[in-house]
Design a protein around this ligand. Structure first.
Ligand code: FEO
Length: 173
């Protein structure tokens, strides 16, 4: 496997793992605030990010590279409020999108069209995740400090909690 592409993929493994841990910390905080729907949603997001990481690990190894399982810095324990949680989530996703775009660039520069093709799945995924985070933030801004609105918001998130397909982290799927 091309060394520059391999390094960029491993960099992405780190980013997806960090996202997973970060969202896990958010989920745990939300659970302790009594926001069970939000917690369930964020636990699901954390699982999704782990799945993204696993998919990369499998791809790197299957292509003859060596996946590096990274050390992850401890995420925050406390968050100010729900709005700041989702603001952090959105800015995190924007940074991940930049990193994916950089990966696409490197694939093209190195003429690695197989990896380029593989990475397109992440390009589409980022579009969805950013849009989802923006929608959630818009809702939170509308609700403001309204307790009834917050109750409904939490219940809605519970119903939309993501159940990732953990059955197959295969890079081909
Ligand atoms: Fe897998 Fe949302 O970055």
């Amino acid at each position: 496997m091309n060394a520059r592409v391999e390094a960029a993929l491993n960099e992405q493994v780190l980013k997806e793992s960090s996202s997973s841990q970060y969202y896990l910390a958010m989920a745990s905080w939300a659970e302790n605030q009594g926001l069970n729907g939000t917690a369930q949603f964020l636990y699901g997001q954390s699982d999704e990010e782990r799945f993204h990481m696993l998919k990369l690990v499998r791809f790197i190894n299957e292509r003859g590279g060596k996946a590096i399982i990274p050390f992850i810095e401890q995420p925050p324990v406390e968050f100010n409020n729900l709005e700041s949680v989702f603001e952090s989530l959105l800015s995190h996703e924007i940074a991940v999108t930049e990193s994916i775009n950089n990966l696409v660039d490197i694939c093209l520069q190195e003429k690695d069209y197989t990896t380029h093709n593989f990475v397109q799945w992440y390009v589409a995924e980022q579009l969805e995740e950013e849009a989802q985070a923006r929608t959630i933030l818009d809702k939170l801004k509308l609700i403001g400090g309204d307790k009834g609105g917050m109750y409904m918001f939490d219940r809605d998130l519970e119903n939309s909690a993501i159940t990732p397909n953990m059955a197959s982290p295969s890079p081909a799927k």
